[in-house]
Design a protein around this ligand. Structure first.
Ligand SMILES: Cc1ncc(COP(=O)(O)OP(=O)(O)O)c(N)n1
Ligand SMILES: Cc1ncsc1CCOP(=O)(O)O
Ligand SMILES: [Mg+2]
Length: 218
């Protein structure tokens, strides 16, 4: 019998439910507000949550995403993704290599990989990745990234030459998400612009609409 096909990464806004920004708000509440705003992709990024709590949060956020019809990915942690039955993982240079993530996850889940250029995207595809995260597109204070800011032209170059869908990340917010979409990126990943908003759900709606306008050239 054929294995079930893995979910495709929905295009558009890609949200990071992150424990390093707005630390006073519980992760599950962040996810609930994002989903209330129509989030289709949620990456759970837990850098400072103790591992037992992280597993319990992952299980709850996967449940919420599934109920809302959204894809839930775990940042870094293939073990937590499997235990929580998440839709996949996102890994970078300091995490398990993409081949290892794919080997552990099997063919039915998504693997996203951080790359800096189209050559990295080609290697990611060889390693079994489904999409690539590319950045920083703009300056950001959320993470110290050991790579230069790409800008929109740099992002567009990677998009043109990448064999995999590209998600732009780093400094993406309401004032520039339309231009990220117009670059041809499959998705735009956002951390602080949503998490620091007073009304997270409303910010997600605004960002989603702005991405869509940018995608169609509006
Ligand atoms: C969509 C997306 N793209 C890139 C990253 C960065 O991943 P990584 O390089 O592993 O850095 P950390 O997020 O683990 O600090 C991402 N998380 N998501
Ligand atoms: C995790 C990560 N990887 C590259 S930039 C970044 C952080 C992006 O955060 P923000 O959307 O707040 O700029
Ligand atoms: Mg990582």
């Amino acid at each position: 019998m054929n294995a079930p096909p893995r979910p495709l990464l929905p295009p558009g806004l890609y949200l990071l439910c992150d424990d390093t920004v707005r630390v006073d708000m519980p992760l599950v509440l962040k996810a609930e507000r994002m989903l209330a705003g129509g989030a289709r992709v949620v990456q759970l990024r837990m850098k400072r949550t103790p591992v037992r709590e992280a597993l319990s949060v992952a299980r709850e956020v996967v449940r919420l995403c599934r109920r809302a019809g959204a894809v839930c990915l775990l940042n870094d942690r293939v073990d937590l993704a499997l235990l929580a039955d998440a839709d996949g993982v996102h890994v970078g240079d300091e995490d398990l290599p993409a081949e290892a993530a794919r080997a552990l996850l099997g063919p039915g889940r998504l693997v996203g990989v951080t790359v800096r250029d189209a050559e990295g995207a080609r290697a990611a595809r060889e390693a079994g990745a489904d999409y690539v995260g590319v950045g920083p597109v703009f300056g950001t204070t959320t993470k110290q990234v050991p790579a230069p800011v790409l800008g929109l032209e740099g992002l567009a170059r990677v998009v043109t030459d990448s064999p995999l869908p590209v998600v732009g990340i780093g400094g993406v917010g309401l004032e520039n998400v339309g231009r990220v979409a117009a670059s041809g990126a499959h998705g735009a990943a956002v951390v602080s612009d949503v998490l620091l908003a007073q009304d997270l759900a409303e910010r997600v709606r605004l960002l989603t609409a702005a991405f869509e306008r940018g995608r169609v050239g509006g």
